[in-house]
Design a protein around this ligand. Structure first.
Ligand code: WTA
Length: 632
């Protein structure tokens, strides 16, 4: 497709055009897609409401833009390559025409099982092509999918089901992950005891472990598709009809359902994929994320498939059965673009260069990073040893809420600068503000990152709670979308993301709200109060450090610490389990009762050189006790 930027001067031209005439800019790009009815207006917006509408009153179906639009040229091209967890199991290659038929067949099955346009469908599945087929089939019938990462606990799953009042769950009997075999269906069964909106559960058979099937509610994937036709007339959707909800953590309360709508998300996920990775027709592209995260949505499924790309899906983990697995897969399929998270890079870096030795990695042309700031050491290791110094490294900054990559080099076009996300994509207008909301212009400035103009895949709301959307993103600085990240513009005008400035911690590229972890810890009957902070962690980027005031009557500290960690694992999932728990006699509080987290962060980082002003504390003596308790 056209609109692929090829040179740096073209980038600057396109960028300028996107700022001067945004409607014309995006209107022209959107003309490449297939519409059932054209739009009346490209964009209406205000960030007060907030209310953003792209391609107003247009009608379309996203999957027609993957299939009907591209099949005449791509029919037999491989759409998805699937590499199983166990390298001894056979891989799968699914062509565009097969994927089309499988999507149609499952669309028919969804409808036969009672799904209608607008219904919410939860996808809680392993990394198998059927997870992508499930998403595409929802999009085809106009149902709203909400993928829940299959590592979340039954409680977390139930919360999400209840929040969006889903009608159906798509899941599997079990999941293979590394040496583990996880009983997924059992987690779903447990979650469903706490919900009453689910009418049907469709179970994909993956591990062939025995599971309980509840009569009238649970049905097998292979049985429901058996007699369904492999053609399906795509539903006609409004440009602003919901495409999906994806839950993500914030600084307060429970995870919120970020809402993305059909047309804008389609246009931007495709545009950003095509330009950032500079995909060419015969390339094999691999993003190692899970479809449970936004990266999997935009850059395993939607962006690549809208480009007609071959996208690789990997079921397993980077270190199974050995620490060279990623590189083995790169060589096996001659992967050209490889996109992963800094945490994976740091974890593999820790194994040294030996696991790399058997592999040439010659096919690689572009390597990418996402999910958290990449430190310079990891950047260089990735660039030198994986990219062999010849591949541009795209450090892509974006968020669940932004739907697509916002700030990133364009591969081979934007000069590479270690650890810098660099420059905004066309259509993206970042501004840096100070605490008062004053714009910091010019170079060599550091502040909070906001965006001042809508782009096509900006979140539209948080599901069922528009007020929360306004408060979280559009209230800190009226008239601006606030990202929650700190940023620096260096002397060349290149942007470097500094990390979260709110109470969100980024653990292995996964967002966790400190309040969410605290709420889970407080569920333990012996916990009186808790406070959670992040601290620098060599592999995970940030680790979770929890302070808890406990009733110590019948337990030892060691017992309580283990129980507290386990409580969090059960309530949220293994990814939220604290790395460290410290039992404390009290928490440092100001006279207004606010916990002084700055102090807790310093102790967790084992840096107590300068504790700053503690005179406003109600209980200054607690600081020394906490330091002592941490063994410092
Ligand atoms: C962080 C993931 C630095 C950031 C796509 C953001 C990054 C949060 C980068 C969103 C990057 C993501 N450099 N930080 N290249 N990419 N982040 O919603 O703090 O899971 O706000 O989306 O991850 O995480 P989310």
């Amino acid at each position: 497709m056209s609109h692929k930027i090829k040179t740096l001067s073209e980038y600057f031209q396109e960028y300028q055009k996107s700022i001067d005439q945004p409607e014309q800019f995006w209107g022209q790009i959107a003309e490449n897609f297939r519409w059932k009815k054209p739009w009346d207006k490209v964009l209406s917006w205000d960030f007060e409401g907030p209310s953003v509408k792209w391609f107003e009153n247009a009608k379309l179906n996203l999957t027609e833009n993957i299939f009907e639009r591209q099949l005449p040229n791509l029919g037999e091209k491989t759409a998805i390559i699937w590499e199983p967890n166990d390298p001894k199991e056979a891989e799968r290659r699914i062509s565009y025409s097969e994927l089309y038929e499988l999507t149609c067949q499952f669309s028919n099955a969804l409808e036969s099982q009672g799904i209608q346009k607008g219904d919410r469908v939860i996808i809680y599945m392993p990394m198998v092509p059927e997870a992508a087929i499930a998403m595409l089939a929802c999009a085809r019938v106009g149902a709203v999918h909400s993928v829940v990462f299959a590592g979340f606990s039954s409680t977390a799953l139930a919360d999400r089901i209840n929040d969006c009042q889903a009608k159906m769950v798509l899941t599997s009997d079990g999941n293979f992950r590394g040496a583990k075999n996880i009983a997924v269906k059992a987690v779903v069964d447990e979650a469903l005891e706490r919900t009453d909106c689910i009418e049907k559960v469709i179970v994909y058979q993956r591990t062939k472990e025995e599971v309980t099937m509840k009569a009238g509610r649970d049905v097998w994937w292979h049985e429901v598709i058996e007699n369904e036709s492999r053609s399906h007339a795509a539903a006609s959707l409004d440009a602003e009809d919901l495409l999906f909800i994806l839950y993500t953590s914030g600084s307060t309360g429970k995870p919120k359902g970020v809402v993305h709508t059909t047309a804008g998300y389609m246009v931007y996920s495709h545009y950003s994929f095509s330009n950032v990775f500079q995909y060419n027709q015969d390339d094999v592209y691999w993003c190692t994320a899970d479809v449970g995260w936004i990266t999997g949505h935009s850059y395993i499924v939607y962006g690549p498939l809208l480009e007609g790309a071959t996208t690789l899906m990997f079921e397993g983990v980077p270190t199974y059965p050995h620490a060279g697995r990623f590189w083995e897969i790169v060589d096996k399929y001659k992967v050209n673009q490889f996109y992963t998270a800094p945490t994976a890079i740091r974890a593999l870096q820790a194994y040294g260069l030996e696991p790399l030795e058997p592999y040439s990695l010659d096919s690689l042309k572009v390597i990418g990073s996402v999910g958290e700031p990449i430190n310079e050491e990891a950047w260089h290791w990735y660039h030198d040893h994986i990219g062999k110094g010849k591949c541009p490294l795209v450090d892509t900054w974006w968020q669940t809420e932004t739907g697509g990559i916002m700030i990133s080099p364009l591969a081979g076009i934007t000069p590479n600068k270690p650890a810098h996300a660099s420059l905004p994509l066309p259509g993206i207008q970042p501004i840096i503000v100070d605490a008062e909301g004053e714009e910091l212009k010019g170079n060599n400035v550091e502040g909070n990152l906001c965006i001042k103009f809508p782009w096509p895949s900006i979140l539209r709301t948080t599901y069922g709670d528009h007020k929360r959307c306004k408060e979280t993103y559009f209230s800190a600085y009226p008239g601006l979308y606030f990202t929650g990240d700190g940023v620096k513009r260096d002397h060349d005008g290149y942007l470097r993301i500094l990390g979260r400035v709110d109470d969100v911690i980024n653990v292995s590229g996964h967002r966790m709200g400190t309040a969410e972890v605290e709420n889970a810890i407080n569920e333990h009957p012996k916990v009186i109060e808790s406070a959670v902070v992040g601290y620098p962690h060599d592999i995970k980027g940030q680790g979770i450090y929890a302070y808890a005031i406990c009733d110590m009557e019948d337990n030892t500290q060691e017992e309580l610490i283990l129980q507290i960690k386990d409580t969090v694992r059960k309530i949220i999932g293994p990814i939220a389990k604290p790395d460290a728990v410290q039992i404390v006699p009290g928490l440092p509080k100001t006279r207004s009762g606010k916990i002084m987290r700055r102090i807790l962060r310093k102790v967790a980082s084992r840096d107590i050189s300068n504790m700053g002003d503690t005179s406003t504390l109600l209980n200054p003596e607690i600081v020394d006790q906490i330091i002592k308790g941490a063994g410092l």
